[in-house]
Write a protein that binds this ligand. Structure first.
Ligand code: GLV
Ligand code: MN
Ligand code: MN
Length: 412
């Protein structure tokens, strides 16, 4: 099979998709179900239609573009990723897996390959947690990790229920029907930028992911007492932000002191109320993300944070409540999919590194319903979730080639 990736077309499509953005270039902001996201989805669907793929969407907006195999009833081979982007993001996170997945299919078509199992490109809804607080909304529902009832109760940052937001975006139907039937996929493979520095540092062109770390996120709200920044004496204060600062540092200390490289903890949201320079913070809400490959270690960090909450409550006479948004188990890749990815690399004479993904991906949840593995390509300096995120055209094309070869082997 003469498999050739159209690198120029793929890169120009990545550029074109980055123009659907609510931030000024080179930054990309594309929050799920905004008019910008909906336009990007329409554009994406038109590319899939041009490739002759059969398209369907489900009630949460996951989009499936299928190249129907010669045995249409056999379980499909899935690939894909997401096109939503956090505020002030780059062009490549998720996008490489979606447009690379499409180009892999087109390359197989051009090479005259005929799959026996259908090959299906998936564009997942809301991999990013920006709007609804929880990441991987689409794949959580597809895999049954999140129930339809729990999903329907989610509200966005402006207090709009998910039910209303999705219907306004044109996705009606019953959320209970999003869950895929058992055996729907034979395998799932996701191409993604590494979002870390390892491949670049080790001078390896590809990474084959063997496990995905266990993510957890929570909101911690600290209530103190507000007041006049000039009038209230220091000794009389119950400043919610000072209390929150102690929690942030306690979390950092807990994560650092496990001694494991895979323990990471981040406070990415700090909402201060009322947020006036001459007003003592009365309330602070922290958005906290904790991850580890070891569930026990991750949960110990969360337990340490809870201890710090109790200590700070007593010492600073504030009240603190926490709300767990998600605490997921890690995922192991399917050994047979890892072996196929290795074989595909070897066939093209490409070196690879076995890897752990500390970032989460829709594949974490797809692993609950199908054997899964991921293929990583390097990204400059390991940067991601920032506008200067960059993967080279050669690395993107190389990853797409190996993806195409892997899809071919899995779908025969
Ligand atoms: C995905 O975007 C993650 O936060 O790992
Ligand atoms: Mn991301
Ligand atoms: Mn991603």
């Amino acid at each position: 099979m003469n498999l050739k990736i159209d690198q120029e077309r793929l890169i120009s499509e990545i550029e074109a998709l980055s123009k659907f953005s609510d931030a000024e270039a080179p930054a990309v902001t594309r929050i799920v179900f905004t008019p910008t996201d909906l336009k990007a989805r329409d554009w994406m669907k038109s590319l899939c239609r041009d490739a002759g793929l059969a398209i369907r969407k489900d009630a949460i907006g996951n989009t499936f573009a299928r190249w129907i195999g010669s045995d249409p009833l056999a379980p499909a081979v899935g690939t894909g990723s997401h096109i939503d982007a956090i505020p002030n993001a780059g062009k490549f996170d998720g996008v490489v897996g979606v447009l690379g997945g499409l180009e892999a299919i087109r390359a197989l078509q051009r090479a005259g390959f005929r799959p026996r199992h259908s090959i299906e490109l998936l564009v997942f809804t809301a991999e990013e947690p920006t709007r609804f607080g929880v990441g991987c909304l689409g794949s959580r529902l597809l895999s049954g990790t999140l129930s339809a009832d729990a999903a329907a109760k989610l509200i966005d940052k402006d207090g709009q229920p998910v039910e209303e937001v999705r219907r306004k975006a044109g996705f009606s139907g019953d959320l209970r029907e999003v869950k895929l039937p058992a055996g729907y996929y034979k395998a799932f493979v996701e191409l993604h930028i590494e979002q870390g520095p390892v491949l670049e540092r080790e001078r390896q062109p590809l990474g084959i992911v063997e496990q995905i770390a266990a993510p957890a996120s929570l909101y911690v709200t600290v209530e103190g007492s507000g007041g006049h920044a000039g009038g209230v004496l220091m000794r009389d204060r119950r400043d919610a932000l000072c209390a929150a600062a102690e929690l942030i540092l306690a979390l950092e200390h807990a994560a650092r002191s496990t001694g494991a490289i895979d323990t990471v903890a981040t406070v990415g949201i700090c909402d201060v109320f009322p947020g006036a320079i001459n007003s003592i913070p009365a309330r602070v809400r922290l958005g906290i993300d904790v991850r580890d490959t070891s569930l026990a270690r991750r949960d110990r960090v969360i337990a340490d944070l809870e201890d710090a909450c109790r200590k700070t409550t007593a010492q600073r006479q504030v009240s603190i409540r926490s709300e767990l948004l998600n605490a997921d188990a890690p995922a192991e890749s399917g050994p047979e999919i890892v072996a196929t990815l290795r074989q595909a690399c070897e066939k093209h004479g490409l070196r690879f590194l076995p890897m752990t993904s500390r970032a989460y991906h829709d594949s974490l949840f797809m692993s609950r319903i199908a054997p899964m593995a991921m293929l990583f390509i390097p990204c400059r300096n390991g940067y991601s979730h920032r506008p200067d995120e960059y993967a080279s055209p050669e690395d993107i094309a190389r990853g797409t080639l190996v993806l195409a070869e892997t899809l071919a082997m899995l779908s025969e």
